[in-house]
Ligand binder design. Structure first.
Ligand code: ADP
Ligand code: MG
Length: 290
């Protein structure tokens, strides 16, 4: 193995907008068999939009949106932006005791009412009956929308369906990776039904969903214990431990600084086409050295 040709491989990658940290990273990238993708912002645009609101009998849409938006003012999650946009510009009530429940949602009090906003796991954890909204939840999730539930004083009150479409170039890049023989996996904290619907649209083989932020690195470890050589592709702060655990961490351009600092490979552009380019260059470089 000549170090010179590895260095020229790193240089060639840069011409394709792929920044490779060191020779070792290029070498590891040439022997991968499994590619794990974060969903939000990596496979999808990461700019979710609230497309539907469903409320229970004694709640109206406007009030439900005001309460949800009031809570989301304190959150930096992409879902928060979607709820705030849908609520519009009106004044929002004051929130006391705001809390972020990582991987689940948010909570707080408005006008003496206790509010919870987040996924089904969050409401289940509090033994809140979601039955009145279950049909809508299943319908939205099986279409690939993320259901966000609002509970007021321990009662399910509303469901917001939020859509985050696949990035325009995701499907073509994933098809190319598939043809090259990689096993493609989606890793997400989102609802399993939603995740499966989007995976199907994207042409992804396996889904690991409902994962709490701390569970992402553990999920990578499990694949490695099965003997897989794993790359993790992500863009968020949440993804950093999984990027570090993977045999090769790949950060999407324009993502969080923490992701970029952790990753062995950084894509200058925010496009999955760069993943296929990076892996093809690594293989070609290592092949030329034999
Ligand atoms: P991911 O980045 O894969 O979406 P997260 O761990 O950030 O995973 O979130 C997991 C799930 O927790 C989300 O899909 C959503 O259902 C819920 N959630 C997290 N934060 C919020 C929030 N601010 N508002 C509503 N739901 C949230
Ligand atoms: Mg992301």
């Amino acid at each position: 193995a000549t170090p010179m040709s590895i260095i020229s491989g790193v240089g060639r990658a840069a011409e394709f907008g792929v920044l490779v940290r060191d020779a070792d990273a290029l070498q590891r990238a040439s022997t991968l068999d499994t590619l794990v993708f974060d969903k939000t912002g990596t496979l999808t645009e990461g700019k979710p939009q609230a497309v539907a609101v469903k409320t229970v009998a004694d709640m109206n849409e406007t009030d439900a949106l005001r309460l949800a938006a009031a809570l989301e003012q304190g959150s930096s999650h992409p879902l928060a932006r979607a709820i705030l946009d849908k609520a519009g510009n009106g004044a929002l009530p004051q929130v006391n005791g705001f809390r972020t429940l990582r991987g689940l949602g948010v909570s707080g009090e408005v006008d003496g009412q206790t509010l919870l906003l987040g996924n089904q796991a969050l409401l289940n954890e509090q033994q809140i009956d979601t039955q009145a909204l279950d049909d809508e939840l299943t319908a939205q999730a099986s279409r690939g929308a993320t259901p966000v539930l609002l509970a007021v004083d321990g009662k399910a009150a509303a469901l917001f369906a939020v859509r985050d479409p696949l990035r325009e170039d995701s499907v073509a890049a994933l098809q190319r990776l598939h043809r090259e023989g990689y096993r493609l996996v989606m890793l997400t904290g989102d609802n399993p039904t939603t995740a499966h619907a989007i995976a199907k649209e994207a042409g992804i083989d396996d889904v690991i969903a409902g994962v709490l932020p701390d569970g992402k690195a553990e999920a990578i470890k499990t694949l490695q214990r099965q003997g897989r050589q794993v790359a993790m592709v992500g863009d968020g702060i949440n993804d950093a431990p999984a990027l570090a655990q993977a045999d090769v961490g790949i950060a999407m351009g324009g993502g969080s600084d923490v992701a970029i600092e952790t990753a062995a490979i950084t894509l200058m552009r925010h496009s999955l086409a760069g993943v296929a380019d990076a892996l093809a260059i690594s293989k070609a470089t290592l092949r030329n050295m034999k």
